[in-house]
Design a protein around this ligand. Structure first.
Ligand SMILES: Nc1nc2c(ncn2[C@@H]2O[C@H](COP(=O)(O)OP(=O)(O)OP(=O)(O)O)[C@@H](O)[C@H]2O)c(=O)[nH]1
Ligand SMILES: [Mg+2]
Length: 390
């Protein structure tokens, strides 16, 4: 059974009213001067005909069957039951498996062949072969060493003699490695979620998809003031999911947008504020410094925020995803990873490398461009999709 959206959001803590109040009181009087009201935001949400054209040219994906704004709770129930249905029929899990097909053909296919020849735990050649297979599927040298070391030891201790038992052990160990606190912390009011990542990894579409599942009133912030049509892309999502979008003009300081947005979220009583940012290479020092500034400004406006800093990693980029996670984590302290494009040619092993080497939990996975393609991460399912029987 897939992990459900129902228990994905952690809402147990009391809203931090005192903090919010203190931050509001500490505010410089002119700092909110040009923050638009919700009405103004609503009024300027429609993309211009020109922007619409750009969006069409870009073939920006529109979400399907979105809920009414005043029926978010009910909608998430509907989504959960649709998800249950899908899960029963193997729907999105099937997509994950198909998505990992290249991996499954290379990893599971090769593992099947290796496992078929497994005779005893002392067979050094067998373990070397397993290591090669894992390294070639993006698990990486370090994590492969750990995984195979543990497997070998346990297989020895438990006197494993059959290949199928060994596969079971492998799934178990991978699951343990992948397990982490996946819940999204939305216990604050407002909860601020900052979305970061390399260009084209899925930040903006993930925000759009995620809003559908979030409890309460969402607000979006167009912090990508760099890429052409980025603001319009988010505004388009805002319209579809009935969430106001705080924006400034293209080229504006994205920290200023974040500032406006936090103020607006506090003032308008938004439950969750999702801040989009421009795609940036983890190796560009000045761009990473800019992101750090965005984070700092948010924290100054609302102590304790951002409550979630989520990194989108395109799973098809392999081991580079590990370097991205490392660098972004150093600069903005990630709270979670979203693995996207698992419906593509991803090998999937990067999930193990990230979980083991970065220590930041994978919280969500995306297996396509539609709203229903975003799912809470489930370590067991992922391990099975990766190493389960063909
Ligand atoms: N197949 C597939 N496509 C995806 C997935 N997630 C996002 N995309 C597509 O990837 C493209 C880029 O997504 P965006 O959300 O614009 O990515 P971004 O990180 O905001 O990009 P920049 O703002 O340019 O840095 C879009 O065409 C999305 O529809 C996924 O899980 N699977
Ligand atoms: Mg974007």
């Amino acid at each position: 059974m897939a992990r459900s959206w129902r228990n994905f959001f952690r809402k147990t803590e009391e809203p931090e009213q005192e903090n919010v109040q203190a931050a509001v009181e500490a505010e410089a009087p002119d700092s909110t001067a040009d923050v638009p009201t919700a009405e103004e935001v609503q009024a300027r949400r429609s993309p211009t005909p020109q922007a619409t054209k750009v969006l069409e040219e870009e073939n920006v994906q529109e979400p399907e069957a979105l809920p009414e704004s005043d029926a978010v709770e009910e909608a998430s129930d509907e989504v959960a039951s649709a998800e249950e249905q899908e899960s029963r029929s193997g729907g999105w899990f099937g997509r994950l498996r198909t998505g990992l097909k290249r991996s499954r053909e290379s990893v599971v296919g090769q593992l099947n062949a290796a496992i078929a020849e497994f005779r005893d735990t002392d067979d050094e050649e067998f373990w070397e072969r397993v290591e090669e297979i894992l390294i070639s599927s993006d698990v990486g040298v370090k994590t492969t060493g750990k995984l195979v070391g543990e497997l070998e030891q346990e297989a020895l201790e438990r006197n494993i003699t059959s290949g199928e038992q060994l596969r079971g052990l492998m799934v178990e160990h991978a699951e343990r490695m992948l397990e982490g606190p996946v819940e999204l912390d939305v216990s604050h009011k407002p909860t601020v979620i900052l979305m970061v990542g390399v260009n084209g990894t899925g930040k903006t579409t993930t925000i759009g998809k995620l809003v559908n599942f979030l409890p309460g009133k969402a607000m979006l912030a167009a912090g990508d003031t760099f890429r052409a049509a980025a603001i319009e892309q988010l505004q388009r999502w805002g319209e579809r999911v009935n969430a106001p979008v705080i924006a400034r003009e293209r080229g504006a300081d994205s920290a200023a947008v974040a500032h406006d947005a936090v103020e607006a979220a506090k003032r308008e009583g938004a439950d969750v504020l999702l801040i989009d940012t421009a795609g940036r290479l983890h190796t560009k020092v000045n761009l990473m410094a800019e992101l750090e500034k965005v984070r700092r400004v948010i924290e100054r406006q609302l102590p304790g925020a951002p409550h979630e800093v989520l990194l989108t990693v395109d799973a098809t980029t392999g081991q580079n995803g590990l370097r991205q996670a490392k660098m972004f984590n150093e600069v903005v302290s990630l709270t979670g990873i979203i693995l996207t494009k698992l419906d593509g040619t991803a090998k999937g092993g990067i999930a193990l490398a990230i979980a083991n080497e970065i220590g930041v939990p994978i919280k969500l996975i995306s297996v396509g461009e539609q709203v229903g393609d975003l799912h809470p991460f489930d370590a067991r399912e992922f391990a099975e999709a990766l190493f389960g029987e063909l």
